[in-house]
Ligand binder design. Structure first.
Ligand code: ATP
Ligand code: MG
Length: 219
């Protein structure tokens, strides 16, 4: 279970203070699929990044099975993310100098020092990347990059998958395919899947829909 407790997030500089999130409180049960929606600039990415420990809140706690990750040292937090979370970033964040094969294996190598080759073959097959494994990111289409990003995220068999608009660059056919795939992966592996989307239709697979507006969440 993930507990979000009294989360506040402000961005400040010398001149202005922007309050983005104010006193958020909610829980996500194990095995849940969660959609985060809201207008552009409402704070969806900020919330997702705080939940997965990529960003720190101004105050409040994010508790995974009793462990408050906002209290962990940077090193322990990095280890926590590696061991528990898979990320699909909106702009893919593939390493341009590495091939598809290397990009997909990199997180698993970081986590376990070795790659489960059988699982790697399965992931590549499932995402239809067989004939692209030796390509480099600049040789791939947007949809192919997105599939590589998803393959990399699930390669470590994470307990929680976070995805920021995972189908933002795909046509409707591929959007449905990828969302069905992520849903199936989450259900079969009993993990939590949290995704940001602008599209109402894509909320249909979610158990919980979290709408971010006026710095608050509405569930
Ligand atoms: N580093 C930062 N410094 C200052 N303000 C920031 C910073 N990062 C985000 N913000 C502000 O916080 C607000 C929320 O941003 P966020 O990226 O979370 O929105 P979003 O809901 O994901 O929007 P979109 O749908 O366009 O991706 C925005 O007004 C943004 O300008
Ligand atoms: Mg965003």
């Amino acid at each position: 279970m993930i507990e979000i407790k009294s989360i506040y997030k402000n961005y400040e500089n010398k001149y202005v203070k922007t309050e983005v999130l104010k006193d958020l409180n909610f829980k996500i049960d194990d095995k849940s699929i969660v959609a985060i929606t809201g207008a552009s600039g409402s704070g969806k990415t900020t919330l997702l990044n705080i939940m997965c420990g990529l960003d720190v809140p101004t105050s409040g706690s994010i508790i995974y099975d009793g462990v408050d990750i906002t209290k962990l040292s940077k090193r322990k937090l990095a280890k926590f993310r590696l061991n528990n979370c898979g990320f699909v970033f909106q702009d893919f964040c593939l390493v341009s100098t590495l091939s598809v094969k290397e990009n997909v294996k990199i997180a698993a190598l970081g986590k376990d020092k070795k790659v489960d080759e059988k699982w790697y073959e399965e992931v590549i097959e499932l995402l239809g990347l067989n004939d692209r494994v030796d390509y480099f990111p600049h040789q791939l289409s947007g949809g192919e990059k997105q599939r590589v990003a998803i393959a990399r995220a699930i390669m470590t068999k994470p307990k929680v998958i976070y995805a920021d608009e995972p189908t933002g660059n795909l046509d409707s056919e591929n959007t449905i395919r990828i969302m069905n795939y992520l849903e199936r992966y989450a259900r079969e592996n009993e993990c939590i899947f949290v995704y940001v989307t602008h599209e109402r239709d894509l909320c249909s697979i979610a158990d919980i829909i979290i709408n971010v507006s006026d710095k608050c969440v509405h569930i």
